[in-house]
Design a protein around this ligand. Structure first.
Ligand SMILES: [Zn+2]
Length: 74
């Protein structure tokens, strides 16, 4: 299941959650229980061994940086 990054708009915490794609926007904050916003980048996907890492490119760097990931082109 893919691991997504979320941020709660109410208490401001960041957290990760493994969610099915169909339910990835239905995540509640573990602290306050309010709806959390999914950040742009998917951090990792279990079961995708053999697929290349998404590289940096137009649009990708902003997404990676929004998720707090390093960008080789930054
Ligand atoms: Zn919260």
């Amino acid at each position: 299941m893919p691991l997504y990054a979320y941020r709660c708009r109410d208490c401001g915490i960041d957290f990760d959650a493994r969610m099915p794609i169909a339910d990835r926007d239905e995540v509640s904050c573990p602290t306050c229980g309010h709806r959390a916003s999914r950040m742009l980048a998917m951090i990792s996907a279990i079961g995708s061994v053999g697929e290349p890492e998404p590289g940096c490119g137009p649009g990708m760097c902003a997404a990676r940086q929004a998720a707090g990931m390093p960008c080789s082109m930054a």
